[in-house]
Structure formats: C-alpha cells, structure tokens
Design a binder for this molecule. Structure first.
Ligand code: NAP
Length: 298
C-alpha cells in the first residue's frame, strides 16, 4: 500500500487527506495545530506529531500550507521533509507559493535525493471536498506520471504544464482571473440590487450566458446572502495577487485590471477583513457605492 504523508490539514488539506483515505491510501497527517489531525484520524487516517514522523516512511509527501515561508520551513532544517524522507520519495507541494521559491525548493529536494513536483490547485473548498480539483503540475514528466494516482484521487483536471515552477506560474494566472471575476460579479450584484431587480433570477440567467462562470456558480448565492465564511481567505488571495504582480513585473508584462483588484483586496486585508472569503469583496463594493450592507429592497 502506498503511504502518503499530508502536512497542512486546513480548509484544503483536510478534505484532500480524507479523499486520499477514501481512495485506499495509507495516509499520515501532520498539522501545526494538532486538533485538525484528529479529524483525519476519525476519517481513517493516521496522525503524526512532527513533520519528521509524518514523512519518515512515506512514499509520497504532500504539503498544503499557506505561503512560501511555510513551505521553506516544513521542507528545510533538521526536522524538515528533506532531512527525514526516504531517498527516492516523491515530494509534491500543493500550496500556492512564489514560482521562484518553488524552483529553489525543487533544487533543494533533488539535492536531498527526492523527486519534486509543484502542484497547486484550483476549485476551492467545494472541489477539495468533492475530489474534483484542477491541478497544475510543474516538474519532470516521469515524476508527474508517478504522482498521478495520488493527484487523481483529489483532482479531476490534472495537467502537467512544464518544468519545476511552471505549476505555480499557471496558478498565479488562475488567481488573477478569479480575483477579477469576483470583483466584477460583486459590482454586478450591487448594480442589480440598486435597481431592485430579483437578483436570484438575474444570476440564474446570467449563469446561462457568456457571463456565466464557475465563480458565479460557486459564489453567487453566498454573495446574495452576504455569507462570507471562508472558503478562500482574502488574506491568501492578497498573497497570490502579490505573487502575480511581482512575476508579471519581472516578465515585463502589465496587468492593469489585476493591479486594481490587487489594491481592493489589499484594502480588505488592511482594514481587518482578511479572514473573510474572497467573495467578501462585495462588502467593499457595497460601501464604495454608499449602500447598506444588508440586502436592499430597491
Ligand atoms: P488554511 O485553512 O489556513 O490551512 C493551512 C494549514 O496549514 C493550517 O491547518 C495550518 O495549521 C497548517 N500549517 C501552517 N504552517 C504549518 C507548518 N509549518 N507545519 C504544519 N502545518 C502548518 O489554508 P487553505 O485554505 O487550506 O490553503 C492552503 C494552501 O492552498 C494555500 O497556499 C492556499 O493559497 C491554497 N489554496 C487554497 C484554496 C481555498 O479555496 N482555500 C484554493 C486553492 C488553493 P494551523 O491550524 O496551525 O493554522
């Protein structure tokens, strides 16, 4: 049986680990705050108190932690993944991090005798629960082929997009598109409410035309109801818009709309709303329009 270590059992890593258990893998989970390990154990996995204990006998190691420094922390040092995993083990970072950091992590992992992939995901909490994530994978083709059974257990659209770091570059583009999409949906909702339109009916018909999107399908109803429990925290989207802004600048590419959305997301985080779902951008658009936060009659 293939043993998979999963480090980071949060909104995404928790359900992904549960789906790996369902697919028949022997899953060992570790999380910084230990309470989340219990949920995995209840679902049929095993718990580990440290990163080293989690990875020691693992064939495949998955990390799903927030940011670039977190990935560097869990992989490096005496207690990290690279010092404690078996030579030849497959290390798959599924967090969203900077492409240049992903390249450095791949180099350090290979120097330690591991095979390394960057495999960030899209689809949000719902797709993590359903096991239907989109997964964009950077690294060697042979390593991608070896990781397929694990990736297929958590994802539906699984694509090798190029060498190390490429998965993160594609994910940065994904985050640019999603943020812009949410902002325009928020603006449309406030606009429709200002005219007293039946917004449920409006989103239904918009969803069937060219304005339809996965963002509208997954986030529309929650926005109308002003339900902003995460999902995907604005603080994490702020991180991702920083990644795409920097990477675009380094490539000499301009992303004017992305820059505006990045500033709006930054404003939400600066005023203390970073813990809300990214659909919480609706709050800011509502306020900028001088309208009440409660759903309005006309
Ligand atoms: P999250 O709910 O904050 O989960 C992150 C988990 O990592 C937390 O449980 C955290 O533990 C744990 N952690 C952090 N540092 C750790 C360490 N050094 N060792 C062990 N565990 C550690 O975040 P998430 O929403 O699952 O996102 C995870 C990654 O997926 C991020 O890179 C995000 O950008 C990406 N992503 C998220 C979504 C989404 O919709 N949520 C979608 C696509 C991609 P604590 O409990 O102690 O905080």
């Amino acid at each position: 049986m293939t043993t998979v270590a999963v480090i980071g059992l949060g909104i995404m890593g928790g359900p992904m680990a549960a789906n790996l258990v369902k697919a028949g893998f022997d899953v060992v989970g570790h999380n910084r705050s230990p309470d989340k390990v219990k949920t995995l154990v209840d679902a049929g996995g095993r718990g580990a108190d440290t990163v080293a204990d989690a990875v020691r006998d693992a064939d495949v190691i998955v990390t799903m932690v927030p940011d670039s420094p977190d990935v560097e922390e869990v992989t490096s040092g005496e207690g990290g993944v690279f010092a404690n995993a078996e030579k030849g083990a497959l290390y798959v970072d599924m967090s969203t991090i900077r492409p240049d950091v992903a390249v450095g992590v791949a180099q350090a992992g290979r120097a330690a005798g591991l095979r390394v992939l960057d495999a960030p995901v899209s689809g949000g909490e719902a797709a993590a629960i359903e096991g239907s994530l989109s997964i964009m994978v950077g690294g060697e083709a042979d390593d991608f082929a070896a990781a397929r059974p694990v990736l297929d257990a958590v994802g539906k659209t699984v694509v090798h997009v190029g060498p190390a770091g490429s998965g993160q570059t594609v994910k940065a583009a994904n985050q640019l598109i999603v943020a812009g999409n949410i902002e325009l949906l928020a603006e449309a909702v406030v606009f429709l409410e200002a005219y007293g339109v039946d917004t449920d009916a409006a989103l239904e018909v918009l969803g069937g035309g060219l304005a339809g999107s996965t963002v509208l399908n997954r986030k529309g109803a929650g926005m109308l109801a002003r339900e902003f429990a995460p999902g995907f925290r604005l603080a994490l989207h702020h991180k991702d818009l920083g990644i795409v802004t920097t990477a675009a600048r380094e490539a000499g590419v301009v992303i004017p709309l992305g820059a505006v959305v990045g500033q709006l997301v930054a404003a939400m985080v600066a005023r203390g709303d970073g813990g809300l779902d990214h659909s919480g951008l609706l709050k800011l658009v509502t306020e900028l329009s001088g309208r009440d936060q409660n759903r309005e009659e006309s």
